[in-house]
Structure formats: structure tokens, C-alpha cells
Design a protein around this ligand. Structure first.
Ligand code: ASP
Length: 322
């Protein structure tokens, strides 16, 4: 189900002054029954809040890196989305979060995996990028680093919701009989100076065993940004995205095959589907064109541009305007 947003006009491309921002709140089998319909408005509101947070930064001349960090932190604070506060439970009742941020200017990147405690895992990832010599920190070592570097923590109760706990019980009852429930949040942006950035954050899959790390914190799999090509944030069946170096594959198609962003993103979605993996991407290229393709029933998503209303959608449907 492609959803390609045309790029800027030729004049805007030449000036290179416009900003563009896209967010996602996960892809998967999103039921369209009565109960979920009543929650639909809340999802649109949540996406809009994230886009507003990112757009304010970009409109004030701020960096794409700040915009994606704030947009993702806003989604992490919203219990509706599977990241940060709304992270799902593993089958043993723990929560394990992964997050990543990448700055396309110099291809700097930071990520954390298997952490529980930092209020905003994306800020932990940013601290790794800015204050360590490393790209990816995991588990206890990551937590110790976060404490030493002033990353804000929350008590376990902050992350625990009855809805997520019920979802775990349901997943345990139907283990192996229902398609896996995904959920991840992400943002990509191009700022007015033409710099690109991407950020992704997840609680993983409901009822997963403790331990597995998906594509979210893996550079080139679930997250990637390079000013020469594009910035990408993925959501879906992480193992497939890792094996196909999915986010980097989009950038490589732009760089080496001269494809447009929409062609490249759709080609990688098709490649993943052929291999048996489903999910979606949000991506922005150096000229500000956006692509938000997905192969699932829906993907919580939205975008904003310089001087334009915020647009959000869930299914293969027309976008709602702010
Ligand atoms: N890609 C994420 C992971 O594998 C899950 C998701 O996007 O829903 O952890």
C-alpha cells in the first residue's frame, strides 16, 4: 500500500529552504472494529502532537536532529504507542526498550538496546551519540552510562499500564496462533539547511522472549540518515529489516541506482514482502521529498511541511488535515 508524497516544487528544490518532517507510530494488523474506531481519534491526536513538537523546532530554524528527537520523545510519552511509556511486556512480564538516533550531517549515530528506566530511550540514544565514543550500548552498561550522563529516569510504575498487561495475557493465550503485534515510533526530518536526521524507538513485540533486539537500534536496518541521500525510520518484523539492511538499502538505491525516494522505498518494501517480512518506512530525501510506504493493513503516520497543515492517516485512506 504505497503512500508517496510528492516532493517540493522545482523552485523549492533549487532554493533548498523548505523543511519536511514525517512520523510513524508503528505498522501492523490494525483492527477496524467499533472499539478501535473510538480510539482512532486519539491516535491521530498523538501523531499530531508529535508532528507539532517537531514542526515548531524546524519552523524556528532548528535542526532536523532536534526535531526528530522531540517528535519521538513526544510519542514515547504517549501510552498509546509502543515505545517509552507505552512499551509492551515480554512474556516474563518485563519491558525492554530499544532506541536510535542518527544525524545525516556527519553520519553520527547513537543507540541503546534492552533498557528499562530512562523515561525517553531516544534521549538515551542521543546521549550515547553525543557523549560516548560508541554507537550502541546495551542493558546494564547502557543504564549506568545514562545515569552518569544525566538522562532522566522514571519509576517502573510509570511504564506499567493495565492495557499492555491485558495485551500480554492475550498474547500468551494465543501464542503462535496470531500474527505478531508490532509497534514502534519514529521520525525523519530535513531542516531548512538541508540536514537530515532519523530517530526510532520501540518496546519490541508483545509477548517476545526477553533478549531479542530488532532492527530499531541497528544502523542501516531500522534507522539511517545521510545528507547525501535520505533519512529513514522503519517499523515491522525487525529480523527481516536487519537481514535486508532495509533502511540502508533505500539510501543505496538513491545513491547507486539513481532511483527516486518513492521508487527506492517501495522496492525495498516489495523485497521484504517477497522474503516474508511486513512493515513500513517513513523516509525523507535531501530535497525534502517524503515517502511513507507500508505493506501491512495500516501504519500510524503523518507528515508536515513548511507552511502546510499537518496531515495524519492510519489505513490506506486519505490523510486528515489538522
Ligand atoms: N521493528 C520493531 C522490532 O523488531 C518492531 C516494530 O516495528 O513493531 O523490534
Amino acid at each position: 500500500m504505497p503512500c508517496i508524497i510528492p516532493g517540493m516544487s522545482q523552485a523549492e528544490r533549487l532554493n533548498g529552504t523548505g523543511f519536511a518532517l514525517a512520523v510513524h507510530g508503528g505498522a501492523g494488523t490494525i483492527p477496524r472494529d467499533e472499539t478501535s474506531r473510538s480510539r482512532t481519534a486519539s491516535y491521530h491526536d498523538g501523531l499530531r502532537r508529535a508532528l507539532t513538537a517537531g514542526r515548531e523546532i524546524l519552523a524556528a530554524g532548528g535542526s532536523s536532529l532536534d526535531a526528530v528527537t522531540e517528535a519521538v520523545a513526544t510519542l514515547e510519552d504517549d501510552p498509546l504507542f509502543n515505545a517509552g511509556r507505552g512499551s509492551v511486556f515480554t512474556r516474563v512480564g518485563t519491558q525492554e526498550m530499544d532506541a536510535c538516533v542518527m544525524d545525516g550531517t556527519e553520519r553520527r549515530a547513537g543507540a541503546v538496546a534492552g533498557v528499562f528506566g530512562p523515561r525517553n530511550p531516544v534521549r538515551a540514544a542521543r546521549a550515547v551519540m553525543e557523549r560516548s565514543r560508541h554507537v550502541l550500548l546495551i542493558g546494564e552498561g547502557a543504564l549506568a552510562f545514562c545515569r552518569e550522563n544525566g538522562v532522566a529516569f522514571c519509576e517502573p510504575g510509570y511504564f506499567r499500564s493495565e492495557t499492555r498487561w491485558r495485551e500480554l495475557q492475550n498474547a500468551l493465550q494465543h501464542l503462535g496462533r496470531e500474527p505478531p503485534q508490532y509497534g514502534t515510533v519514529g521520525a525523519v526530518a530535513r531542516d531548512r539547511r538541508g540536514n537530515l536526521a532519523a530517530a526510532t524507538s520501540t518496546g519490541g513485540m508483545t509477548g517476545k522472549a526477553p533478549g531479542p533486539v530488532g532492527d530499531t537500534p541497528i544502523i542501516g536496518a531500522g534507522t539511517y540518515a545521510d545528507n547525501v541521500t535520505c533519512a529513514v525510520s522503519a517499523t515491522g518484523h525487525g529480523e527481516f529489516f536487519i537481514r535486508h539492511a532495509a533502511a540502508f538499502a533505500i539510501a543505496a538505491r538513491l545513491r547507486h541506482a539513481g532511483q527516486s525516494l518513492d521508487q527506492a522505498a517501495q522496492a525495498v518494501i516489495d523485497e521484504l514482502m517477497a522474503a516474508g517480512g511486513s512493515g513500513g518506512f517513513i523516509a525523507v530525501d535531501r530535497a525534502g521529498a517524503l515517502a511513507l510506504p507500508f505493506s501491512t493493513a495500516g501504519m500510524y503516520r503523518g507528515y508536515a511541511r513548511d507552511g502546510m497543515a499537518i496531515r495524519t492517516a492510519i489505513y490506506d485512506e486519505p490523510y486528515r488535515s489538522e
